[in-house]
Design a protein around this ligand. Structure first.
Ligand code: PMP
Length: 459
C-alpha cells in the first residue's frame, strides 16, 4: 500500500483540486484529508479517523456509504456491457429501466428523461431545451433566463451565470448577458422581523413581475429555482412563495425549471420538492440523489407540454443537435436503478421526513438558548443553523471573523462530525444521508451544541 506521505506529496505535485484555495493548499494550510472507506453515515480516512458525515459528501450520498447492492449492480453492468451510447435511438436495459423508474416517481405531467452526468451539464441541457422550445414555437426573442440571488445551478459558463453567488461570477466574467437575477426567498435575512412573511412573499412576486415587465415578457424564456435554496444557505421558502411565483410565471408564459439536484429523490421527506411545495415544473433537474453519487449521472425530466414541442420541432429542425458521449452511461444507469430500489426498500423517504423532523426539533431544543444562534431552519433532512451578532436586529458578524467556518472546524476537530460552512454568511449546513438514525441525529446535535458554545465563548 502507498504510504500517506507519498500520496500527500503526489497530491501537492499533481492534483488540481476543484473549489480550492490553491495557494493555501500548496502552503499546507488546508486540511488535506485522504478519505479511504465509507459505511453508513461514516467515512474513514487513511489515518484511521472515523468521521460522521452529516453532509453526505456534497449532499449526494443519500443511501449512505458502502451499499453492496449498488456496488454489485455496477460490477455486473461493467462486466456485461461497460458502455454503449444512447445516440440515434440506442439504449441499454439499465438506461431504459432507469428512465421508466424516474418518470414513474416524478410529479404529475412529467414525461421523458434526458440523462447527463452532472447537475451542471443537466442545467446546461435545460437552457438549450428552453431555447430550442422557443425557436420551434417561432419566438426567437424569448431567450433570457431568470434565476435567483443565492441560487446554485452549477459552475459551467451558463450554469455559473445562473448561480446567484458572487464568488462564481467575479473571477470568470460572468454572468453571461442572457441571465438576470431576482430576489432570493430569504425571509430571515430580509425581514429583520419588521415585515410579515406574507408581505415578504408578495414583495418577491412583485419584484419578479417588475423585472419581467422591465425586460419584456416576450424576451424571457424561463425561471430556474431550487425548491429549497441549497448552497445559498439552506433556506426553505416562506409559506405561499411558490404559488405566488408560479402565478407570475404563468401570466407571462415563462417556463419553470425546478432544480431538484439536491431535493430530488427524498431529501425533503417526499420524492420531489416540487410535490412538497405544489410546484408544477416544465422541466426538473436531477443528479446527486439519482445514484446517491455511486456513479456520476444526472437528468432533465421534461414535461409532456415541453416534450410535444421538442418532438414536433425535430420534424421542422432535424435531430436534436445536443448530446454527450456519456449520456445515459450504462454504469451510472445501473447504479441509479439499484439506488432507487434501495430508497424504496428501506423507505428512506419516510425516514427523511420523520428523522428530519426529529433532527430539526433536537437542534432547536439544544441551540435555542445560545445567544449567537439567529435561526434554525430546515425541511426533511436538510437543515441549517445561522449565526448572528445580534439576535434582535439580525445583524451579522463581520465576514472576516469567519464565525461559520470556525464552528464547522470546531465540530470536526472536537467531535469528528462533518457539517458544512455554507459559502455565504455564517451558516452551518446539514444534509446527512437519508438513512440517518435518531441516535446519529443526537450525536450531531450534541456535537453542534459543543462546537457553537466553544466558538461563542471565544468571541
Ligand atoms: N444544482 C444544484 C441545486 C446543486 O446543488 C448543484 C451542486 N451542488 C448543481 C446544480 C450542480 O451539480 P454538479 O456539481 O453535479 O455539476
Amino acid at each position: 500500500m502507498l504510504r500517506n506521505d507519498q500520496l500527500a506529496e503526489w497530491d501537492r505535485e499533481t492534483f488540481f483540486h476543484p473549489s480550492t484555495h490553491l495557494a493555501q493548499f500548496a502552503r499546507g494550510e488546508l486540511p488535506d484529508r485522504i478519505v479511504k472507506t465509507g459505511d453508513g453515515v461514516y467515512i474513514t480516512d487513511r489515518e484511521g479517523n472515523r468521521l460522521l458525515d452529516a453532509f453526505a459528501g456534497l449532499y449526494c450520498v443519500n443511501v449512505g456509504y458502502g451499499r453492496s447492492e449498488i456496488a454489485d449492480a455496477i460490477a455486473k453492468q461493467a462486466r456485461e456491457l461497460a458502455y454503449y451510447h444512447a445516440y440515434v435511438g440506442h439504449g441499454t436495459e439499465a438506461s431504459i429501466t432507469l428512465a421508466k423508474m424516474v418518470v414513474d416517481r416524478a410529479p404529475v405531467g412529467m414525461s421523458k428523461v434526458y440523462f447527463g452526468l452532472s447537475g451542471s451539464d443537466a442545467n446546461e441541457t435545460n437552457v438549450k431545451l428552453v431555447w430550442y422550445y422557443n425557436n420551434v414555437l417561432g419566438r426567437p426573442e424569448k431567450k433570457k433566463i431568470i434565476s435567483r440571488w443565492r441560487g446554485y445551478h452549477g459552475s459551467g459558463l451558463m450554469t455559473g451565470s445562473l448561480t446567484g453567488l458572487e464568488l462564481f461570477h467575479n473571477q470568470f466574467d460572468l454572468p453571461l448577458s442572457q441571465v438576470i437575477h431576482t430576489d432570493a426567498p430569504y425571509y430571515f435575512h430580509r425581514n429583520v422581523r419588521s415585515q410579515s412573511e406574507a408581505d415578504f412573499v408578495a414583495q418577491c412576486a412583485a419584484s419578479l413581475e417588475e423585472l419581467i415587465e422591465k425586460e419584456g415578457a416576450d424576451t424571457i424564456a424561463a425561471f430556474f429555482g431550487e425548491p429549497v435554496l441549497g448552497t445559498g444557505g439552506i433556506v426553505p421558502p416562506p409559506e405561499g412563495y411558490w404559488d405566488a411565483i408560479q402565478t407570475v410565471l404563468r401570466k407571462h408564459d415563462i417556463l419553470l425549471i425546478a432544480d431538484e439536484v439536491v431535493t430530488g429523490f427524498g431529501r425533503l421527506g417526499c420524492m420531489f420538492g416540487s410535490d412538497h411545495y405544489g410546484i408544477r415544473p416544465d422541466i426538473i433537474t436531477i443528479a446527486k440523489g439519482l445514484t446517491s453519487a455511486y456513479a456520476p449521472l444526472s437528468g432533465s425530466i421534461v414535461s409532456e407540454k415541453v416534450w410535444k414541442v421538442l418532438e414536433d420541432g425535430t420534424d421542422k429542425l432535424g435531430p436534436i443537435g445536443h448530446g454527450w458521449t456519456y449520456s445515459a452511461h450504462p454504469i451510472g444507469a445501473a447504479a441509479g436503478v439499484a439506488n432507487l430500489k434501495l430508497i424504496d426498500d428501506l423507505d428512506l423517504v419516510t425516514n427523511a421526513r420523520e428523522t428530519g423532523a426529529y433532527f430539526k426539533q433536537a437542534l432547536k431544543d439544544a441551540l435555542d438558548d445560545i445567544e449567537i444562534v439567529g435561526d434554525i431552519r430546515g425541511e426533511g433532512l436538510m437543515a441549517a443553523v445561522e449565526f448572528v451578532q445580534d439576535r434582535e436586529t439580525g445583524a451579522r458578524f463581520e465576514a472576516s471573523r469567519k464565525v461559520g467556518p470556525a464552528i464547522a472546524t470546531a465540530l470536526l476537530d472536537r467531535s469528528k462530525v462533518i457539517g458544512r460552512a455554507m459559502p455565504q454568511g455564517d451558516i452551518l449546513g446539514f444534509a446527512p444521508p437519508l438513512c440517518l438514525t435518531t441516535e446519529e441525529a443526537d450525536t450531531i446535535v450534541e456535537a453542534t451544541r459543543d462546537a457553537v458554545k466553544t466558538v461563542a465563548a471565544g468571541l
